[in-house]
Design a protein around this ligand. Structure first.
Ligand SMILES: O=C(O)CCC(=O)C(=O)O
Length: 435
C-alpha cells in the first residue's frame, strides 16, 4: 500500500499553501499496482489488472493496445483511423453482452408505433415513473426531507429540470482539454467477473481523438447497426480533480443550491480528518485538513462521456454514496430498483475464493427483469439540462440514448449515509499506518 508520504512522490498536498491540490494523486493503472487505498479516489480499489485490460489482451487488437499508459503514441496510432479500429475490434468482442440488449431494445422501440415512451417499453413496461421537480422552485430543506431522508432514510429518486443556468451552455469538456489522455472502456463499471472473452477492453486516447471516435461511431451506427460493437466509454473522468481551476468556473454550481442542505460531504470530511490528525499525534497535519477535505470532495465529481449505446451496468454506488447526475448533452435512460428489490441475489461473484461484488448485479434490465424485482422497478429518460438524484443503495443502470455528456457528484449526508464516507477515510488511514 502507498504511504501518506513517500520519498519518491508526495500524496495529497505537500505544503499548507497548496490548496489548489496540485500534488500527485493516483490516476493511472500503475498507481494502483498494489491495490491502492486512496481516500480521495472514489472507486473500488482492487488489485491491479483485475477487471482491466493492460498486458494480457489476447485479441487481434493486442498489438496495438497492449502498451502501458506511458506509451500513448501507440494509442494515437490505434485511433488514427477510428472507423477502421472499430471494425478491427468488432470481430473480437463478445456480442452477447448488455450492448446487444440495448440494440434489440432500441430497434424494437423504433419499430413499435404504439410505444410512446421508452422508459415504459419492453422489459420496462411495468416501471414506475420518477417524480419530476424544478430547480427554480425546489427548496433545500424540502429536497432533504422529501427525497433524501424520507422512508426512514431509504430516500426517493427524482428528476430535476432546469438544472444548469447560463454557465454551462456550449461547454464541451472534450474541447476544453483536447490533449488530455482519457481511459475509455467498452464495459462499465469494471468487474472481476469480466474474464476471458467477456473481459473489458480499455484504450488510452486523447480527448480530441475520442471526440472523432464518437462522431465516427455514430455514423457507423447508421451504416452498419447490426455489426457494431459496444462503444468505448469515457466513464468516471476525474477532470474535476485534475483540472479544478479550469472546470470549476463552469460547473461550480453543478449541484444546485437545493442540494446544499443534503450534501454534507465537506463537513463530514473535515471533521473526520480533524479527528484523525488529533488522534494520530501528527499535529503538523492540522494545516492540511482543509486541503485534504477539498481534494476528496472534488474527487467525488466525475464526468461520463460517450456515444449512444454507452452503458453503465446495474450497481449501486460504492460507500453507499448518494448520486446526482446531470446531463449537459444528450439523453440518458436510467433504470432504478428500490433497495428492497431482490437484485442482490444476482450479485457478481466470479468464484468461491474471490470476493463477491456486493454492489454489482448481473441483471440486465433491458433483457429481463426477475418477477420479484418488478414491483421495485423505476425508469426515466433524463434529458439535456436535467439531472437525476439517486439515493444511496438504490440500484441503477444507465444507457446513453444520444451522444451524451454527464457530470456527476457522489455525496454524503449525516443522517443517511455518513458511515460510508467515514469508513472509507478511516480504512484508508489504517491501511496507510500498517504499511
Ligand atoms: O452516467 C452513467 O453512465 C452512470 C454513472 C453511474 O451510474 C454512477 O456514477 O454511479
Amino acid at each position: 500500500m502507498k504511504t501518506l508520504t513517500t520519498t519518491r512522490r508526495v500524496y495529497g498536498n505537500e505544503s499548507p499553501d497548496d490548496t489548489a491540490g496540485t500534488m500527485w494523486r493516483p490516476t493511472d493503472f500503475d498507481d494502483f499496482h498494489d491495490g491502492g487505498a486512496y481516500p480521495e479516489v472514489f472507486a473500488v480499489q482492487f488489485p491491479s489488472e483485475i477487471g482491466w485490460q493492460k498486458k494480457e489482451i489476447n485479441s487481434e487488437i493486442n498489438d496495438t493496445i497492449s502498451c502501458p499508459p506511458s506509451l500513448p503514441v501507440d494509442m494515437e496510432t490505434l485511433m488514427k483511423d477510428s472507423t477502421e479500429t472499430m471494425l478491427r475490434v468488432k470481430g473480437n468482442r463478445n456480442r452477447t453482452d448488455a450492448h446487444e440488449s440495448y440494440k434489440a431494445f432500441v430497434r424494437a422501440f423504433e419499430r413499435d408505433a404504439e410505444a410512446k415512451e421508452i422508459e415504459t417499453f419492453g422489459s420496462l413496461c411495468e416501471a414506475k415513473s420518477i417524480e419530476i421537480i424544478d430547480n427554480d422552485t425546489v427548496d433545500a430543506k424540502m429536497f432533504e426531507n422529501e427525497f433524501v431522508t424520507c422512508e426512514n432514510g431509504v430516500g426517493k429518486p427524482c428528476v430535476v429540470r432546469n438544472i444548469f443556468k447560463d454557465r454551462f451552455h456550449g461547454v464541451d469538456l472534450l474541447d476544453l482539454f483536447p490533449e488530455e489522455m482519457l481511459t475509455v472502456n467498452d464495459k462499465a463499471p469494471a468487474r472481476r467477473t469480466d474474464k476471458g472473452a467477456m473481459r473489458q477492453n480499455t484504450l488510452l486516447v486523447t480527448s480530441k481523438r475520442y471526440k472523432e471516435y464518437m462522431d465516427d461511431y455514430e455514423k457507423c451506427n447508421e451504416d452498419d447497426d447490426d455489426a457494431k460493437p459496444a462503444p468505448f466509454y469515457n466513464n468516471g473522468w476525474r477532470i474535476f480533480s485534475t483540472h479544478p481551476e479550469k472546470v470549476n468556473p463552469y460547473f461550480a454550481n453543478m449541484h444546485p443550491a437545493f442540494t446544499r442542505a443534503a450534501d454534507e460531504t465537506e463537513t463530514i470530511l473535515r471533521e473526520t480528518f480533524k479527528f484523525v490528525v488529533k488522534s494520530s499525534s501528527a499535529p503538523h497535519m492540522q494545516s492540511h485538513v482543509d486541503a485534504m477535505t477539498a481534494n476528496v470532495s472534488r474527487s467525488l465529481n466525475k464526468a461520463f462521456i460517450g456515444p449512444a449505446g454507452c452503458i453503465t451496468r446495474l450497481h449501486y454506488d460504492a460507500q453507499n454514496a448518494h448520486g446526482f447526475l446531470a446531463q449537459t448533452k444528450g439523453r440518458k435512460l436510467f433504470v432504478l430498483f428500490h433497495p428492497a428489490a431482490d437484485v442482490g441475489a444476482t450479485n457478481c461473484c466470479s468464484s468461491a475464493d474471490e470476493q463477491t461484488e456486493m454492489n454489482q448485479s448481473l441483471i440486465d434490465p433491458l433483457r429481463h427483469i426477475p418477477e420479484k424485482a418488478r414491483k421495485h422497478l423505476y425508469a426515466c429518460v433524463v434529458e439535456e439540462n436535467e439531472a437525476i438524484f439517486i439515493p444511496h443503495k438504490w440500484w441503477h443502470y444507465a444507457v446513453s440514448l444520444d451522444s451524451s455528456h454527464t457530470v456527476m457528484r457522489n455525496f454524503f449526508h449525516s443522517k443517511t449515509n455518513v458511515e460510508g464516507l467515514v469508513t472509507m477515510v478511516m480504512r484508508s488511514v489504517a491501511n496507510n499506518q500498517t504499511n
